[in-house]
Design a protein around this ligand. Sequence first.
Ligand SMILES: [Zn+2]
Length: 90
Amino acid sequence: MNKLLFWIVVLGVGFLIWKIVSSRARIDPGDAGARRAGAAGRRGRRDRQRAELMIECAQCGVHVPSAEALEADGRSFCCAEHRDAYRRDR
Ligand SMILES: [Zn+2]
């Protein structure tokens, strides 16, 4: 019975350590992760940061990545059709 308790504690501590390590890697991928992965890791981080910046289309309200958004008249659009439609509607 004591042996069973021992293994439950060992598995619990191991699980906690794994959770801490994996959550830390998710929060800060730049440190050990990117250094290990080199340029590919840095590129992946940059892509993810750019993808997180979403801009709302002034015409349809769809959120698009800022890299894909079109800017016109100080507003952002998801595509050229909506940019032209917005200009027509005004
Ligand atoms: Zn749109």
